[in-house]
Design a protein around this ligand. Structure first.
Ligand SMILES: [Zn+2]
Length: 122
């Protein structure tokens, strides 16, 4: 055992637990401490996608509460479908600015895929 551990991060896109952006944890009273998840940080793959100008759509089966426009990570009931798309393409499609993370209702990712496939055919 060790007094030092890794504060690992969970990717908000794919939920993978990883060391990208991890921090070193040191127990205050120098007691044994284990690796643990301390927050959200993009994994290497999705961090690279963000740098390349992609944004993320995460499909969920629940909808935000009436008075809330966005849904919190911990409340999201994920279906497992995620998609990344170039920001410009998404903004062109939705005709407005889009966030880095977007929770969408079931079926929306399929619609986006159909739309983008269609664009490629033109
Ligand atoms: Zn990821």
């Amino acid at each position: 055992m060790s007094h030092v551990a890794m504060g690992r991060k969970q990717c908000p896109v794919c939920l993978e637990i990883h060391d990208n952006g991890a921090e070193i944890l040191l127990h205050r009273q120098l007691k044994d401490i284990k690796d643990q998840v301390t927050g959200h940080h993009l994994c290497e793959e999705h961090e690279q996608q963000e740098k390349d100008g992609f944004i993320f759509f995460i499909e969920i089966s629940n909808t935000p509460d009436n008075d809330q426009e966005t849904i919190r990570q911990e409340n999201a009931n994920r279906t497992g479908h995620i998609m990344s798309i170039k920001r410009e393409a998404a903004e062109g499609m939705f005709n407005r600015e889009v966030e880095l993370f977007n929770f969408v209702e079931e079926g929306v990712i399929k619609l986006i895929q159909e739309q983008t496939n269609h664009n490629e055919d033109v």
